[in-house]
Write a protein that binds this ligand. Structure first.
Ligand SMILES: [Zn+2]
Length: 255
């Protein structure tokens, strides 16, 4: 079995054809999913999905791209209520994207929302799903400043090997996903080769980050990621599947 630790099943076009998508994923042995939220607008549909399917886990959070469009205090109040009501719920996806936010004001707005959500996750002892683009050191500073110790998944990791090792030290598993499918993605392939399997989880970010142009990404591609990782680690993909799923379950069962 394979665990897609990051896919937006409630987003178009996946949601409209979910039974078919889940059947196709199952045919590729992708049977478990973590669905992260991006804005309060998708939180209720994610919770409903997680209640409907045992193999779908949920995280709710305000994504750094959307912090400027939402009232933070209001979002935090709702998030707090959802965390109280759902003891298995994670917080995510949250984080920093300094490719999007280039001014210091915009970066500070992302940092404020990120740290407020980290504090909430810490207070409820929940893991988090992190979106980090060009902001590893700022993310890790926030994690330390908030005394956040619950760990989680560093999704679609694109930093250096040294940064990946820092994330692992802070209790995170590194999300290996569609970036690995690009033959010229040397940095992430080096991380995949050097980092122990015990520090990794698999993901697709479906319907986004598609390996095929003009086609939405599909959670069944978790198997393709496992196969590339198996080649790099000189093992078979079933070994990769088992180890990365166990890593995901170890964190999910702790909450
Ligand atoms: Zn995502």
């Amino acid at each position: 079995m394979l665990f897609d630790t990051h896919c937006h099943l409630t987003h178009a076009p996946l949601m409209q054809q979910l039974p078919r998508i889940l059947a196709e994923a199952a045919a590729a042995e992708v049977t478990h999913f973590l669905v992260p939220g991006t804005t309060p607008n998708d939180w209720d549909s994610i919770l409903k999905l997680a209640q409907q399917y045992d193999a779908i886990y949920a995280a709710l959070g305000l994504h750094p791209w959307f912090v400027c469009e939402h009232h933070l205090a209001q979002a935090l109040t709702t998030l707090n209520q959802r965390l109280i009501a759902h003891p298995q719920l994670w917080v995510g996806e949250i984080g920093l994207d300094f490719m999007r936010a280039t001014s210091s004001e915009a970066q500070q707005q992302q940092i404020d929302a990120f740290e407020a959500q980290l504090q909430l996750a810490q207070a409820h002892q929940r893991c988090v799903v992190i979106h980090n683009v060009h902001a590893s050191s700022a993310c890790l500073s926030s994690i330390k400043r908030c005394h956040f110790t619950q760990g989680g998944f560093a999704h679609a990791f694109s930093g250096s090997l040294e940064e990946a090792q820092e994330w692992v030290k802070c209790g995170f598993k590194i999300g290996m996903g569609s970036l690995l499918l690009k033959p010229n993605a040397r940095k992430i392939r080096r991380i995949a080769t050097e980092l122990p399997l015990s520090s990794m989880v698999l993901e697709t970010d479906a319907p986004y980050m598609s390996p095929e142009p003009n086609h939405p990404n599909h959670p069944r591609n978790t198997q393709s990621v496992a196969k590339v990782l198996a080649e790099l680690k000189q093992t078979n993909w079933h070994t990769i599947a088992q180890a990365t799923s166990t890593n995901a379950f170890n964190l999910l069962q702790r909450t």
